[in-house]
Design a protein around this ligand. Structure first.
Ligand SMILES: Nc1ccn([C@@H]2O[C@H](COP(=O)(O)O)[C@@H](O)[C@H]2O)c(=O)n1
Ligand code: CDI
Length: 161
């Protein structure tokens, strides 16, 4: 059986925060604000996996009112979400994600992000994880540099026993 999920997330850019996207710390003058480390890309992918499983969203699994998730490492959250998929007998088909940011330039960091995500989702072949980036041509909140968004689509395949 094939299941598909999609995820979308936005975090505000603020001074005095590290810029962690796709599990990679990017040198930049501002970083993403959130209850956790605010890794917008890993949140979108986590939501896409949960969506494919019909299990709600990361806010349901990791409430932002719970001090346990203050400054949480979103890679650990994604690994937990992936555990839910494995328990239910799913393997990764593929993930395709887009980071929506005017700045910083993501391209140099995308291969490392894809490796981190492939590791967390236990990808078995190259090309199962695709990460892209786009500006919004200076339009809207992303274009003004107020925040960064990410969206993701995930396909899961049930392992046949
Ligand atoms: N934050 C970003 C945004 C975009 N890129 C790369 O630049 C290409 C052109 O972006 P447009 O928004 O003008 O289409 C895009 O395809 C990405 O490869 C980036 O690295 N970082
Ligand atoms: C990850 C959680 C939990 O720390 O917090 P945030 O970093 O604020 O992220 P968000 O994408 O708003 O939603 C999920 C939250 O519950």
């Amino acid at each position: 059986m094939i299941r598909v999920g999609q995820g979308f997330d936005v975090h505000q850019l603020a001074e005095g925060r590290p810029c962690i996207i796709g599990g990679v710390t990017i040198p930049y003058e501002r970083g993403l604000l959130g209850h956790s480390d605010a890794d917008v890309l890993l949140h979108a992918i986590s939501d896409a996996v949960l969506g494919a499983l019909g299990l709600g969203d990361i806010g349901k699994h990791f409430p932002d009112t719970d001090p346990a998730f203050k400054d949480a490492d979103s890679l650990k959250l994604l690994r937990h979400v992936w555990g839910l998929a494995k328990e239910r007998g799913y393997k990764l088909g593929n993930v395709d994600a887009t980071i929506i940011a005017q700045k910083p330039k993501m391209a140099p960091y995308i291969p490392q992000m894809a490796d981190v995500i492939a590791g967390a989702l236990e990808a078995e072949e190259s090309g199962q994880v695709n990460v892209k980036a786009t500006t919004t041509e200076q339009l809207g909140f992303a274009g003004r540099g107020e925040g960064i968004a990410a969206q993701a689509v995930v396909c899961l395949a049930k392992v046949m026993l």
